[in-house]
Design a protein around this ligand. Structure first.
Ligand SMILES: *Cc1c(COP(=O)(O)O)cnc(C)c1O
Length: 361
């Protein structure tokens, strides 16, 4: 068996140590004689798994006590609807920042439930840069401001947390949560689909300040209610138990093997810096994003000759470097460097890129 280097944007690489633990426990979890997949979500065993996962997640990010951590389903895409349904109020208005594909989807969904004010957009600059704080035009009486901290497809990441006064700040952190420390207290709500930097697909994590619970529209589906999820410890119905268990193993790995988020951030910075340097030092490869906004997690790059893209991808795959194609909407290449992508993978990619350039450039 050979595990290759996986640069997939999502579902993405998982730590090998986590997969090995899951493998060892798949038939018989800790001597109980059954798999986690076969357990009642209300059993003492599974409740303990979920509690430990939540506690480790809280410890990693320093989630304050007045925030709930909710384990939900439906992906970040369901959050595009859940956020307005829960926070907008009847006929309400919200501020949205438009920085690319994912923020656009969030905006389109919010428009179904209320008024959206575009506080800033960098579409006129091809989303190659994030708007500055001074560009944000905040409408008064907004229920919240929504932004996407890391645009996974464009490879554009905010280098600051927008300051919005008393208006709750809502962030889609699907592709950079757990990649670096954050001050949760600056946010009203954070959400993230698991399959980028948390665990397998199927789980969605929401961190929400308690005072924001219970503001939902009357027609909000029960399963979309943050309050219902919070009141029921994320077990109003059956949660995605196996995804939650695996995510718990990832949190344990981050805490105890990596050594916490500060350490992880240091490694992530190093991985991304190496790759951007390799791109910048070559006339053959390119990345158009403004330097302060270059994503640490998703590195899109182009080849000087776009006709070579398919050759590049084919040869990369043969060299054990998987899933380097850019998103189908933008083309080009993209290397996602999430937490579970080891530094050796980045080194191997850089070596391959240099070799490819020498032969084809
Ligand atoms: C992947 C992604 C989404 C969509 O996630 P799903 O879980 O597939 O719904 C939304 N926002 C961002 C920033 C993403 O990276």
């Amino acid at each position: 068996m050979t595990r290759k280097y996986n640069f997939c944007a999502g579902p993405a690489a998982l730590p090998e140590a986590v997969l090995k633990t899951a493998q060892a426990e798949i038939l018989d979890w800790q001597g109980r004689g059954l798999s986690v997949m076969e357990m009642s979500h209300r059993s003492d065993e599974f409740v303990a798994i979920a509690k430990k996962a939540e506690q480790d997640f809280r410890d990693l990010l320093g989630v304050p006590d007045n925030y709930k951590v909710l384990f939900m389903q439906g992906g970040a895409s369901s959050q595009f609807a859940m956020v307005p349904l829960n926070l907008l109020g009847q006929g309400g208005q919200a501020n949205y920042v438009n920085t690319g594909v994912w923020s656009k989807k969030a905006i389109a969904e919010a428009k179904r439930y209320g008024n959206v004010n575009i506080a800033a957009s960098t579409e006129d600059r091809n989303f190659f840069i994030a708007p500055s704080q001074s560009e944000l035009q905040l409408s008064e009486d907004a229920a919240y401001l929504h932004y996407t901290s890391n645009e996974t497809i464009g490879g554009l990441q905010f280098d600051y947390v927008p300051q919005v006064g008393d208006v709750p700040l809502v962030c889609d952190m699907s592709s950079d949560i757990l990649s670096a420390p954050i001050d949760i207290s600056q946010f009203g709500l954070i959400y993230a689909g698991a399959q980028k930097n948390i665990g397998p697909a199927g789980l969605t994590i929401v961190i929400v300040r308690e005072d924001l619970l219970g503001r939902e529209l009357a027609q909000n589906p029960t399963m979309f209610s943050y309050k219902v999820a919070a009141d029921n410890d994320s077990m109003y119905n059956t949660p995605p138990t196996y995804a939650l268990y695996l995510s718990g193993l990832v949190f344990d790995w981050l805490k105890n093997e990596v050594g916490g988020i500060d350490k992880m951030a240091e490694i992530n910075q190093r991985k991304a810096a190496k790759l951007y340097t390799a791109i910048d030092n070559s006339a053959f490869y390119g990345n158009p994003i403004a330097i302060p906004n270059r994503s640490i997690m998703n590195v899109p790059f182009t080849l000087a000759d776009a006709k070579l893209e398919s050759v590049f991808l084919k040869e990369a795959e043969a060299a054990g470097l998987l899933n380097l194609a850019g998103h189908r909407s933008v083309g080009g290449m993209r290397a996602s460097l999430y937490n579970a992508v080891p530094e050796a993978a980045v080194d191997a990619l850089i070596a391959f890129m240099a070799d490819f350039e020498q032969r084809q450039g």
